[in-house]
Design a protein around this ligand. Structure first.
Ligand code: NIG
Ligand code: FE
Length: 415
């Protein structure tokens, strides 16, 4: 089976299989009047003008790219996809200026989602997460990372990671698993944080590794949640068990999370709204991908965003993600994230698209197979109703997707 997308006004290839940093982030390798030829599930040719003619036969499905922007399928490298329920009840509290960590310490926030998630069956969680994945796919996302962390006991953490596994097998979107037991201290360990950390280190990490349920490990390193020292201990244990390291760091306050991510040579450090100058330097020197989540910064009403410009100027590879979760970013749409990245952090459209494709793939160790449109990569492609890339970011608040191709199959067609 073959598909040709021809006469594409704006073919954004994001070519390369490496982290793009500094000035390189402002080149998205755009081809005007380009084409992409797909055979089975792989991209077999990319080019310009009429060169496609030698590839097609009578069975080729032909899609016109006139008036379209075509990009690699978007990669969302930071989500909390699997949970039960919602938290709109926190809105009035937030509007009355009760802080995020304050709500958590009152037993709300993450802990209220933990309660719902523990009660839900595996099938119920699959159904809820599947409907989120459907929305993601409809908005152009073809690969997501999904963190556990609404279980906070071994049984429920495993259940969440099993949901990821099930969805990865059954849904068109590829789901990559991260274990994040260190997301909050559960109520049964209130006043005994050492006991909970011991549980993570001695039971959860070995139990999850034994069943190969997670490729990555992450911790919430934040004032009032887990300290830098606690995160170091947990991440080092994860590494011992073969997991690659990620860190939620400096989301609300600077606690030297970025510095720790640099020191441990994490694959990525995420959030970073309050990261210090030294932290940014540590990310740059140690090749850590900065995964920024501007819809979360907006939703937390902090009045500030992560310093994307300073990071790019300091040669940090920046990626972008939704942080899809019920508390601080209830959205599935990477197109929303484009808006906040541009108008909140002043990222340029070229930088934004590299941050959502190839750099996002680097943050989850998938850069060899996805994140760019080039020969030999998976045929994961988003076709937008936008005449150029600037227009895609400029026209906000709508779903600009025309079609989505995943593994060489048209899985969304909104024409
Ligand atoms: O990335 N920071 C911690 N975790 C999520 C929020 C989780 C929640 O509030 O339910 C985040 O912001
Ligand atoms: Fe998060």
């Amino acid at each position: 089976m073959s598909i040709l997308i021809k006469n594409i006004d704006c073919l954004v290839t994001c070519e390369g299989s490496h982290r793009k940093k500094g000035k390189e982030m402002n080149d998205a390798n755009i081809i005007e009047n380009g084409f992409v030829f797909i055979e089975n599930d792989i991209i077999s040719a990319v080019g310009k003008d009429e060169e496609y003619k030698s590839y097609i036969d009578e069975d080729t499905i032909i899609i016109s790219g006139k008036g379209k922007t075509v990009t690699p399928g978007l990669v969302d490298p930071h989500t909390h996809l699997v949970y039960s329920g919602s938290r709109e009840n926190e809105l009035p509290l937030k509007l009355n200026k009760v802080g995020y960590i304050e709500i958590l310490n009152m037993g709300g926030g993450i802990l209220s989602t933990v309660e719902n998630t523990r009660k839900a069956s595996l099938d119920e969680l699959v159904a809820e997460a599947k409907s989120r994945l459907n929305i993601m796919l409809n908005h152009g996302t073809t690969t997501v990372e999904s963190k556990s962390g609404y279980g906070l006991d071994l049984e429920t953490e495993k259940k969440i990671l099993e949901v990821n596994k099930r969805l990865d097998k059954t849904h068109p979107i590829d789901v990559v698993s991260t274990f994040m037991g260190a997301h909050a201290i559960p109520k049964e360990y209130k006043g005994d944080r050492e006991g909970f950390i011991k549980l993570i280190i001695e039971e959860m990490i070995p139990g999850i590794a034994k069943e190969s349920l997670a490729e990555f490990i992450d911790c919430f390193c934040e004032e009032g949640v887990f300290t830098t020292e606690e995160c170091r201990k947990i991440l080092e244990k994860g590494r011992e068990y073969g997991m690659k390291l990620k860190l939620h760091g400096d989301e609300v306050e600077s606690v030297k999370g970025a510095e720790l991510a640099g020191e441990l040579k994490c694959i990525s450090a995420e959030h970073l709204i309050a990261a210090s100058d030294e932290g940014i330097k540590a990310l740059s020197e140690n090749d850590v991908v900065a995964v920024l989540l501007p819809s979360t910064a907006f939703y937390l009403m902090l009045g500030k965003f992560a310093r994307a410009r300073d990071m790019i100027d300091n040669n940090v590879a920046v990626a972008l993600a939704t942080d899809c979760n019920p508390g601080t970013s209830p959205t599935e749409s990477m197109q929303n994230v484009m808006t906040f990245a541009c108008f909140g952090m002043r990222m340029l459209p070229n930088e934004i698209i590299n941050a959502m494709t190839i750099n996002a793939a680097c943050a989850i160790n998938r850069e060899k197979s996805v994140g760019s449109i080039e020969k030999g990569k998976k045929a994961d492609i988003a076709i937008f109703n936008s005449k150029n890339l600037n227009y895609l970011v400029y026209h906000f608040g709508i779903n600009s997707i025309d079609k989505v191709i995943k593994n060489g199959k048209i899985v969304v067609d909104r024409e």
